[in-house]
Design a protein around this ligand. Structure first.
Ligand code: 13P
Length: 251
C-alpha cells in the first residue's frame, strides 16, 4: 500500500526567520492532527538546517529543490549530493519545470542527478515531469511525459527506482490557478504508472508514489487526492502558509 505523501515546494520564498516561524506553527498543527499522511517541505538551501532542527523528532521530512550531479568541482553556485546528505536532507526535487525552463535543466542532466542521489546518498528524489500548454494542445502530453521518463530514468535499476517519488506537474497548471481537472491528472498519473510498469514491472510500479502538482489548494486537494492513481501532491504557493498546507494534508 502506498502511503499518501504531500510535499511543499517553497521555491525561492522565506527567510530563515520566516522558515522558523512556519516550522513551529506547522509542527504543532501536524502533531495535533495525528495523521498518517507523510509530509515534507522542500526549502531553499539556506533554510534546510533550520527546518531539520525544527522538525527533529517528528516524521516531517525536509527536502532540497536541486542538486548537482558531480561529486565536487569548479561549479560556482552549485550544491552536491554529499552536502545535502551531510545536513540530513530526506528528499530532493529533480527536474522541476522551472529549472528546465530557466536554468537549462535537460533530461540528460536530470538523469545524472538521479543517479548521483541514488548512488551516493539515501535521499529520496522527487522527479518532476510534465507537458506545457502547447504540447497538451497538440495532443503530445503523453509523448512528452513518456519521453521525459524514459530518458530521466535511463540506467536506473529497479531496486533503486522503487524508492522514487514522481511528481506530474503540467507546466500550464503551475502558479496559474488553473488546476488540471482531477480526471485529467488521474489519466496522466495512470499513464505514468503504465510507463513505469513497462520499465520496471508491476511490483516496482505499484510501490512508486506519484504526486500531482499545479495549483493544489485546500479547496481542490480532496478531489485530487481521492483519485486512485494519485498518491500525493507537490504544493507550491499553498505550502507557504502553515494552516493552508495543513488543510491540504487533512483533505
Ligand atoms: P503551485 O502550487 O504554486 O501552482 O506550484 C506547483 C509547483 O510547481 C510545485 O512544485
Amino acid at each position: 500500500m502506498r502511503i499518501p505523501f504531500i510535499c511543499g515546494n517553497w521555491k525561492m520564498y522565506k527567510t530563515k526567520e520566516e522558515a522558523a516561524a512556519f516550522a513551529a506553527a506547522f509542527r504543532k498543527l501536524y502533531e495535533e492532527a495525528d495523521t498518517d499522511i507523510r509530509a515534507a517541505i522542500c526549502a531553499p538551501f539556506t533554510q534546510l538546517d533550520t527546518l531539520k532542527e525544527a522538525f527533529a523528532g517528528t516524521s516531517i521530512g525536509v527536502g532540497a529543490q536541486n542538486v548537482h550531479f558531480a561529486d565536487e568541482g569548479a561549479y560556482t553556485g552549485e550544491i552536491s549530493a554529499a552536502m545535502l546528505q551531510e545536513i540530513g536532507v530526506d528528499y530532493c526535487i529533480v527536474g522541476h519545470s522551472e529549472r528546465r525552463q530557466y536554468f537549462g535543466e535537460t533530461d540528460d542532466t536530470v538523469n545524472l542527478k538521479l543517479k548521483k542521489l541514488f548512488d551516493a546518498t539515501d535521499i529520496t528524489p522527487i522527479l518532476c515531469v510534465g507537458e506545457n500548454l502547447e504540447q497538451r494542445e497538440a495532443g503530445l502530453a503523453e509523448a512528452v511525459v513518456g519521453g521525459q521518463l524514459v530518458t530521466d530514468l535511463a540506467g536506473i535499476s529497479a531496486d533503486k527506482a522503487v524508492g522514487l517519488v514522481i511528481a506530474y506537474e503540467p507546466v500550464w497548471a503551475i502558479g496559474t490557478g488553473k488546476t488540471a481537472m482531477p480526471e485529467q491528472a488521474e489519466e496522466m498519473c495512470a499513464f505514468i504508472r503504465g510507463v513505469l510498469e513497462g520499465l520496471y514491472g508491476e511490483y516496482v510500479c505499484d510501490q512508486i508514489i506519484i504526486q500531482y502538482g499545479g495549483s493544489v489548494k485546500p479547496e481542490n486537494a480532496g478531489e485530487i487526492m481521492n483519485m486512485d492513481e494519485i498518491d500525493g501532491a507537490l504544493v507550491g504557493g499553498a505550502s507557504l502558509d502553515p494552516e493552508k498546507f495543513m488543510e491540504i494534508i487533512s483533505f
